[in-house]
Write a protein that binds this ligand. Structure first.
Ligand SMILES: NC(=O)c1ccc[n+]([C@@H]2O[C@H](COP(=O)([O-])OP(=O)(O)OC[C@H]3O[C@@H](n4cnc5c(N)ncnc54)[C@H](OP(=O)(O)O)[C@@H]3O)[C@@H](O)[C@H]2O)c1
Length: 337
């Protein structure tokens, strides 16, 4: 299947590497790459590795028309305030009959119901597994394995950057040292303030509530406080008390509606929300039929984010809502060469 990549940063490049690694089993071809400052590359027959970039296409519409792809892969920078321009990119893809996979949580946090309905009306797929917890199954877990279960709430340690910053300060480093360490491994948002001020977590909280609890929330409706007030001195004190801090997302149904919040919480080191190392993420689901259970991802990196997108692409190539969307081998099969 042909892919048009919108955004080619940490995740886009990791996805391109993964597609090359798996090309004999999964026949995806990148026919276009569109970026903000590095220009646009298009070849409907398939771009070669490290393609030359020409001038930037004048609009997303012009790029998508030129790429002639079946799936648009939206991997642009998170805008936690509005979800744009990614929402517009996704709508433009649907208008052209293209399925969409994205790792960008902005559109799911701001416009999930509208985008889901637009995709359904057009008979297209819309997938976003990497928007929360990288490649670890969160949304697909619900989609495929939990019939009849109602989500009453969730609790998650979902932001890796804040965790790296906290652990750096616990070891005596500065806040900035921690942010630089997170940036070095490619897990930080383009604007690192979004991570430490809690906006990334607020967007994930809204996205989870929208998809799992039909909330129609936005990140602005999540009561949010990040970790920016933490200092190395305060972290040392907390360590001496045998505790630590995690940026925790919580969502729950209450009598008056949904309660959504993000807070830097002081936790015992042995608390299940605190005891995983490094960039690890964890989510607990509180449900009616399955009680509380969870998913943990130990030390995920950008390769796992790319895998989440890859899993979306495989699913889209196999069919949407049980219906085949492509003919022949289902779009993805063994390469014949
Ligand atoms: N990194 C992770 O571990 C991770 C994990 C989960 C989810 N995500 C999400 O995945 C997305 C991509 O993350 P990343 O780390 O790859 O970001 P990144 O390294 O900052 O790359 C962003 C890419 O988007 C392009 N871009 C920005 N605005 C654009 C626009 N208006 N039109 C076309 N291209 C545009 C940039 O172009 P230029 O190259 O020209 O600047 C760049 O290629 C983000 O939404 C992020 O929240 C990332």
């Amino acid at each position: 299947m042909k892919l048009a990549l919108i955004g080619y940063g940490n995740v886009g490049r990791a996805l391109a590497r993964l597609l090359r690694q798996k090309r004999r089993e999964f026949a995806f071809t990148i026919t276009g790459i569109h970026t903000l400052r590095h220009g646009t590359a298009v070849d409907p027959a398939g771009l070669r590795q490290a393609p030359p970039f020409g001038p930037r296409a004048a609009s997303i519409e012009e790029f998508l028309d030129a790429a002639h792809a079946e799936i648009a892969v939206e991997l642009t920078t998170l805008n936690p305030s509005t979800g744009e321009p990614a929402i517009g990119h996704i709508r433009a893809a649907f208008t052209r009959g293209m399925h969409v996979a994205t790792a960008n949580k902005g559109p799911v946090a701001h416009a999930y119901a509208d985008l889901r309905d637009a995709a359904t009306r057009a008979g297209l797929g819309f997938r976003f597994e990497s928007a929360v917890m990288d490649g670890a199954p969160v949304f697909n877990l619900w989609r495929h394995t939990m019939p009849g279960v109602k989500v009453l709430g969730f609790t998650g340690a979902l932001n890796s950057t804040s965790k790296v910053v906290i652990e750096t300060m616990e070891r005596g480093g500065s806040f900035e040292d921690g942010l630089a360490a997170a940036r070095k491994i490619g897990i930080t948002e383009a604007d690192g303030a979004f991570d430490v001020e809690g906006w990334d977590s607020a967007a994930k909280t809204a996205a989870l509530a929208n998809v799992l609890m039909d909330a129609r929330a936005t990140p602005q409706q999540v009561s949010t406080r990040g970790i920016t007030r933490l200092t190395p001195e305060r972290m040392q004190e907390i360590v001496r008390e045998g505790k630590t801090v995690r940026l925790i997302s919580r969502g729950r149904r209450t009598a008056s509606g949904l309660s959504l919040r993000v807070r830097a919480e002081v936790l015992d080191r042995c608390d299940v929300l605190a005891c995983t190392p490094g960039t690890s993420n964890l989510i607990l689901f509180h449900t009616d039929l399955m009680g509380t259970f969870g998913t943990v991802s130990i030390d995920p990196g950008v390769e796992q984010t790319a895998y989440g997108v890859f899993s979306d692409l495989v699913e889209l190539s196999r069919g949407v809502n049980g219906a085949k969307v492509v003919s022949g081998n289902g779009g993805v099969g063994r390469h014949q060469s």
